[in-house]
Design a protein around this ligand. Structure first.
Ligand code: SF4
Length: 433
């Protein structure tokens, strides 16, 4: 292993004891994992952990660290300074707008089950602060918790209750904001940026990392799926309340607490028409799996402004292994992307990122080809919220992946090759298309 002479450059490893107490381990550097490759973290690979990030201790796993003195990467079962005391890896769940460049490095114990639905970024300790191996792709403070005071949310909730007491969608969003802490739900009541319009109870995919419905007993879904379909009137009432109240407002179908919105078109289509019959203001956006281009065309006719289509990969087999489509195909998704381009509608892809896979030579080559064939307007980089080792194992069964090129390099290469494509995390308002 190449010796890194300037030891001060290393980021000190952070680990946890069995009670979840987190502390740095002198003499060891933090290590980042990308697929099967491990690299010691140096200061220039990290930034101070962004506000709002959370640290997580990973059970039934052992940390992989860099022993600076011995110049080796090793898996530690116990605290070298306190033999007999087991230690565990620590990962960062970074706040929105930051793409992880490395996963926290660890090895599973035999007893290990699936990790919950979060992303597990590499992190460490450096010059008296926690640092994260991330790159910032979106500086907008749309979901900055410091700007989302609880008392203002509660005030917004009572204001909307008076305004639309019988609206079931308004009541559902209260639950999202208060029980699940959903930033999009909070922003509706705060009258900021983007309001969510969840509508669909069902889905025609079965994503491994679905937040609202999991078929694996050992993985719990992060929130309950909406159990009713709001009427066009209820949707339009919530949307108009936001659009009439917020500058450069965005209202979005396709949230974490629902299925696939294209399956709820009988409510969404008339709702969009109602909204557009009353105002041209605001951006009406659809977050979708892009499975039914015919319905997407209808929603564009109704007045939909923009669409965001989710992809974990642009290789059909890797896509199918993650989305597990039911009644649609990868080609249907490509047709939807083509349709949006043809209709000159603003199209983003919601690219679910996992270091080691996303920046693998196999994925990058096909992704560059995809961007040449489908010149989308924006790439929204989203850290994949799924067990990274299990995900990589599943994808390795489909195709062996070579050494990763690095997420930094990938993002900068795309910027060089496709300068007109926007990079970010949040759906833009039409004023910023
Ligand atoms: S498309 Fe969305 S709702 Fe459907 S399974 Fe995937 S994550 Fe879940």
């Amino acid at each position: 292993m190449k010796l890194i002479k300037n030891r001060s450059k290393f980021v000190t490893a952070v680990i946890a004891d069995h009670n979840g107490n987190i502390f740095e381990l002198e003499g060891y550097a933090a290590v980042g994992m990308a697929g099967r490759s491990f690299s010691p973290l140096t200061a220039d690979m990290t930034i101070q952990m962004p506000f709002g990030g959370e640290m997580m201790f990973l059970p039934d796993r052992r940390p992989v660290l860099y022993n600076i003195k011995k110049n080796i990467i090793e898996t530690l079962k116990e605290n070298p300074y306190s033999p007999g005391h087991p230690i565990f890896p620590v990962a960062a769940f970074n706040s929105p707008g930051y793409v992880i460049t490395h996963v926290a490095a660890y090895r599973e114990e035999e007893s290990a089950g699936y990790l919950p639905l979060f992303s597990y970024g590499a992190m460490g300790w450096e010059r008296g602060r926690f640092v994260s191996a991330v790159i910032q792709v979106d500086a907008e403070r749309r979901q900055d918790l410091r700007l989302m005071k609880h008392k203002n949310i509660v005030a917004g909730i009572s204001r909307m209750r008076k305004k639309m007491p019988k609206n079931r969608l308004r009541a559902h969003l209260e639950n999202c904001a208060l029980k699940y802490g959903c930033p999009a739900g909070k922003n509706f009541f705060l009258g900021r940026f983007e309001a969510p319009l969840p509508t669909s109870r069902s889905c025609n995919a079965s994503c491994l990392g679905c937040l609202s419905l999991q078929d694996k007993k050992e993985i719990s879904n992060s929130q309950e799926r909406i159990n009713f379909m709001p009427s066009p009137e209820e949707i339009a009432e919530v949307a108009l309340a936001h659009i009439q109240h917020v500058d450069q407002a965005i209202v979005s179908f396709g949230q974490g607490c629902e299925g696939e919105p294209l399956l709820a078109a009988r409510s969404i289509d008339p709702a969009i028409q109602m909204i557009r019959s009353q105002t041209d203001s605001g951006t009406i956006n659809l977050n979708t799996n892009g499975s039914i281009p015919e319905i997407l065309a209808r929603l564009f006719d109704a007045g939909l402004d923009s669409v965001r289509i989710s992809l974990n990969s642009v290789r059909k087999d890797c896509y199918n292994a993650y989305f597990r489509p039911n009644g649609y195909t990868f080609d249907d998704v490509m047709k939807s992307i083509n349709l949006a381009l043809h209709r000159k509608k603003f199209i983003s892809i919601n690219y679910l990122n996992c270091p080691g896979f996303t920046d693998s030579p196999e994925e990058v080559e096909v992704f560059m080809g995809f961007l040449r064939q489908y010149p989308v307007n924006m790439i929204q980089w989203r850290n994949l919220n799924f067990d990274p080792v299990r995900y990589y194992d599943i994808m390795e069964k489909i195709e062996r992946h070579g050494p990763p090129m690095g997420m930094n390099t990938l993002v900068s290469d795309i910027k060089k090759s496709f300068p007109s494509i926007k990079h970010g995390y949040f759906n833009p308002a039409k004023e910023n298309f």
